[in-house]
Ligand binder design. Structure first.
Ligand code: FAD
Length: 346
């Protein structure tokens, strides 16, 4: 089912002709762009070409000018760069001021952001400051043929319908997009573009929060599902929460993240941050190991883009085997310890 909210009939359309260009907000950590940034540049390029406008990347941080080359290679025509010590780590106050100022000055028509922790914090706040709306957690983007507006599609009502939302009257059209739903574009290192350095407007008194500690990626690796190359996921077939220790051990050996089916999350065996699927995270690791997961369509919706899927299930007829590249028919509580022992030997 698709629900489309169209401009109100009979109402004159607002004059938004000042607003031009598609922007992608680039999230980075430890000097590296998070993969959702590349995915959105690929998608942003398609929108910009369909709209006959240019694509720009917005990079805010400290010591991040080197990322511009990467942005041009990934499809950006322009990079807006705001640098300063106040942007060393993500801060709601500083980043909100910087992005709001950029929008008010340069007036983009569309802004894409990752539906990550930072994007979910920054996007709605900036949208409110510039007086526009935001479609959160999109899983598809396109152009509405009738209006030429960006068509933002996202699951609604607990994933029971896919709603397509248009932003007819206000600018920019803003949305956050789930990581891993789009492929990274091929890079063309011969591309170049225009680097626009923008002075920071943030004053020390604008920053109302104090950063106490920054956790390294390894501290949070087990729930960093979006960027993980290996994911070991457990479902109801794990039997009880204590058995997730096997999932965690295997994920740890592989340097990967821990996923869970909704059944395991609903049972309280793992926090919702680990849920993979239509109403959880969309993941695209090199290897996804599904343990005691039946393979319901809503689970597959979040992991079927994995390069290699390995399923362990005691029921040879479980639907997960239809999507799996390798299947092990057996009891997870017997198979996982053997797998862990063998991998420890490598
Ligand atoms: P089950 O379907 O109960 O499967 C358990 C599997 O474990 C079975 O195949 C069984 O053979 C196997 N098993 C049991 N014991 C063992 C053992 N000892 N060794 C090996 N195998 C064993 N689900 C999600 O995962 N993510 C979502 O985002 C999501 N969103 C949803 C949104 C909507 C709107 C709806 C309606 C549902 C959603 N669901 C989602 C739920 C989904 O439909 C399934 O109910 C859920 O994925 C089932 O989880 P499961 O595979 O762990 O459990």
């Amino acid at each position: 089912v698709t629900a489309i909210s169209r401009p109100e009939a009979g109402k004159p359309a607002a004059d938004n002709s000042d607003y031009k260009g598609v922007w992608v907000y680039i999230e980075h950590f430890d000097g590296k762009v998070r993969s959702v940034g590349y995915e959105l540049l690929g998608e942003g390029r398609k929108l910009a070409e369909a709209m006959g406008q240019e694509l720009a990347a917005v990079v805010i941080g400290q010591g991040v000018e080197h990322l511009a080359k990467d942005m041009f290679a990934s499809g950006a025509d322009k990079v807006y760069l705001v640098e300063g010590s106040e942007y060393k780590h993500y801060s709601t106050d500083a980043y909100t001021i910087a992005l709001t100022d950029l929008i008010n000055t340069y007036k983009p028509s569309v802004i894409l952001m990752g539906a990550t922790n930072d994007g979910r914090d920054l996007g709605p706040r900036v949208a409110c400051r510039v007086g526009t709306g935001l479609t959160a957690d999109c899983t598809n983007l396109g152009i509405d043929e009738e209006t030429g507006l960006v068509a933002w599609t996202r699951p609604a009502f607990g994933g029971n319908i896919m709603a397509t939302i248009l932003c007819p009257n206000h600018r920019p059209q803003m949305g956050t997009v789930r990581p891993n739903v789009f492929k990274r574009p091929e890079q063309d290192m011969s591309r170049s573009g225009e680097l626009v350095r923008v002075a920071s407007k943030v004053k020390p008194e604008d920053i109302r929060t104090k950063l106490i500690e920054v956790l390294s990626l390894s501290d949070t690796a087990s729930c960093n599902l979006e960027e993980a190359q290996f994911i070991v996921s457990g479902g109801r077939g794990m039997g009880k929460p204590e058995n997730f220790a096997l999932i965690e051990e295997l994920a740890n050996i592989l340097g990967g993240a821990v996923g869970a089916s909704r059944a395991a999350v609903d049972a309280g065996w793992k926090p919702a941050i680990h849920q993979v699927g239509q109403t959880g995270k969309t993941v695209a690791p090199k290897v996804y190991i599904a343990c005691g997961i039946s393979g319901a369509i809503q689970h597959l919706a979040g992991m079927s883009t994995s390069d290699i899927i390995i399923a362990i299930n005691k029921d040879a007829d479980a639907p997960i085997f239809k999507s799996a590249d390798f299947g092990i028919v057996g009891d997870v509580l017997e198979v996982l310890p053997v797998l862990i022992e063998e991998l420890k030997k490598i």
